[in-house]
Ligand binder design. Structure first.
Ligand SMILES: [Zn+2]
Length: 175
């Protein structure tokens, strides 16, 4: 585990979770996986993380059962990383971090997250205020907000400008 003994004295579930997701880039990889990004190069392009760091994070997330490596091409062999139920379960934490960031650091809204069934924006706890239900991640539609750059340089960010369901594989136009 990358953070080693740093939290060894902490008998705490938050510390346990941070052993896995507390490293720089890790939660952003999970975020992108929830957005439907699956391929190494697409993570690389979208995150701009150093290659070795991204490879290490994907390795950790795979060995911790948060992402699952799946072969999508045999020759040459190519794998993609698909978020597991354990990874999907991080959605409320990511959502809460996003809301906290916007509320306390005054960012303009970058993305809206809406209930696919009715189009209502999710509440603070990932619930649909109109339907009165907690919305499953699969039923969340991501829509660009006013703070998002409408002309991003990379094809992954461009693909993410189209409204899409979370988890659904991102369709990226060839450059
Ligand atoms: Zn609803």
């Amino acid at each position: 585990m990358a953070l080693g003994k740093d939290y060894a004295t902490q008998e705490c579930s938050i510390a346990r979770a941070l052993e896995i997701v507390g490293e720089r880039w890790t939660l952003l990889v999970v975020r992108d996986a929830l957005y439907g990004i699956r391929r190494y190069n697409d993570f690389l392009v979208h995150l701009g993380a150093p290659r070795a760091v991204l490879a290490a994070r994907l390795q950790t997330l795979t060995s911790e059962g948060i992402l699952e490596k799946r072969r999508y091409q045999e020759s040459p062999p190519r794998d993609e990383y698909v978020v597991t139920e354990r990874g999907i379960a991080l959605w409320p934490a990511l959502r809460a971090l996003g809301l906290w960031g916007r509320e306390h650091f005054g960012e303009e809204q970058l993305r809206f997250f809406r209930h696919a069934d009715c189009g209502t924006e999710l509440g603070s706890y990932g619930e649909c205020p109109a339907c009165g239900t907690v919305v499953p991640v699969r039923d969340v539609i991501m829509v660009p907000g006013p703070g998002l750059d409408p002309h991003p340089a990379d094809p992954v960010s461009r693909a993410l400008l189209r409204p899409k369901r979370l988890l659904q594989p991102l369709q990226i136009d060839p450059a």
